[in-house]
Design a protein around this ligand. Sequence first.
Ligand SMILES: Nc1ncnc2c1ncn2[C@@H]1O[C@H](COP(=O)(O)OP(=O)(O)OP(=O)(O)O)[C@@H](O)[C@H]1O
Ligand SMILES: [Mg+2]
Length: 470
Amino acid sequence: MNVTAASARAASTRAVVLIVDDEPDLLELVSLTLSRMNLETRTAPDVNTARRLLKSEQFDLCLTDMRLPDGDGLDLVAWIQENRNDLPVAVITAHGNVESAVRALKLGAFDFVSKPLDLGVLRKLVGSAIRLGERAEIDSATANIRGPSLIGSSQAMSQLREMIARVARSQAPVHIYGESGTGKELVARLVHASGSRRDGPFVAVNCGAIPTELMESELFGHKRGSFTGAVADKKGLVQSAEGGTLFLDEVADLPLHMQVKLLRVVQEKTVRPVGESREETVDVRILSATHKNLADLVAEGRFREDLFYRINVIELRVPCLRERTSDIPELSETILGRLGKRMNIEVPAISEDAYQMLREYPFPGNVRELENVLERALTLCATGLITAEHVKLRAVLRPPSEGATPASAPASPTNDSGVPAGLGAQLEDIERDAIVKALEKTRYNKTAAAKLLGMSFRALRYRIKKLGIE
Ligand SMILES: Nc1ncnc2c1ncn2[C@@H]1O[C@H](COP(=O)(O)OP(=O)(O)OP(=O)(O)O)[C@@H](O)[C@H]1O
Ligand SMILES: [Mg+2]
């Protein structure tokens, strides 16, 4: 089934796949399968031959076995990342050897397929890899990420954008984490829209919103008559993401028995609808998100470690708004613009004192809370200017005794930087102390105290109110 280098080059319209394996039977099977997909194939029995071919010829995809006579498939993956990093590479792993699949994905392999080969799975993998190659050419010519826009020029946001562009090229599962309202779903949509699956569906499933007893049939579908009320065959959400992306939002809320079933989707790329005896292969990329700390849940036995390990191959952390206050003006303008358009009104400007307040507020609800605050301000403001008076901040309105740490209110026990819960309270104590001392020193002259503390008068007034000092 080998073709000569000359004919591979001559048939430039056909994609060329390099298959690296030392088992002749497997080479034959894969070559045959791919040639039926109208692809050219080249084969190599070991790492050295593969490297030589990769140096001298053009390929669109490399498929490699893990255990080779003169080395490891992982070494080849690493070599390709260094020397031919625009070439998608996928690994063929021994059945059940998830460790090496995960290692390959972390090294930059775009996907894996396990032995014994399921030809349906193989065809889907190769199909999306070839599309990936076509996309890479288009993408390098245009911007690297696409889809809904992610506002913010802070360093944290630029890094996030870079990460999104990088993970979009892979098929590996990505786990997105961050406090609530930081934009996790937006990030998931961007990963989908920037990758080879963008023409396929993006199916978001809120794992916390589906009743437990319906979950299996919602996710995997059911056969008619499989239970009372199953009057017709029903397609599962997993199958409806075929060729695209399945986004498991609030994945921490997935009940344990469903976690086992999901494992099969991630690991074997198969699903079995309720009441169906056979499994179906599916081609979906799995993205997941939660504002909870999954590692903690694993430690508490509430989330399966094996599933955690597989959906968490790549982690994307979405920074909270407190860490990127410099993005507040840009975000505010965009949000107000959007609201103005929706409400069909002239968009007011935002005064400096209002901005000051927004910058100092901890935003436990992050960008979503900023959206709410601005929507309220827009309603309250009758003139063309939003001032501090129009900015009603939730955490300030709450009496200080009831939850001294607004920042930690709806958030997880540890925040994103791994800072233990309660730090907010400690910081507030330090702050309260400093303010009281400055006030005492200046005989309760707020202007002088603010100067002493290096903050504006308004900021001090806001903090005094927030900390309940008066
Ligand atoms: N960087 C950003 N640029 C523009 N809009 C953003 C950004 N981040 C978040 N948003 C907006 O904030 C709102 C919340 O975002 P999203 O739903 O993605 O957050 P989330 O992290 O999934 O929240 P939750 O944890 O509550 O599910 C959305 O309206 C989204 O469009
Ligand atoms: Mg969300």
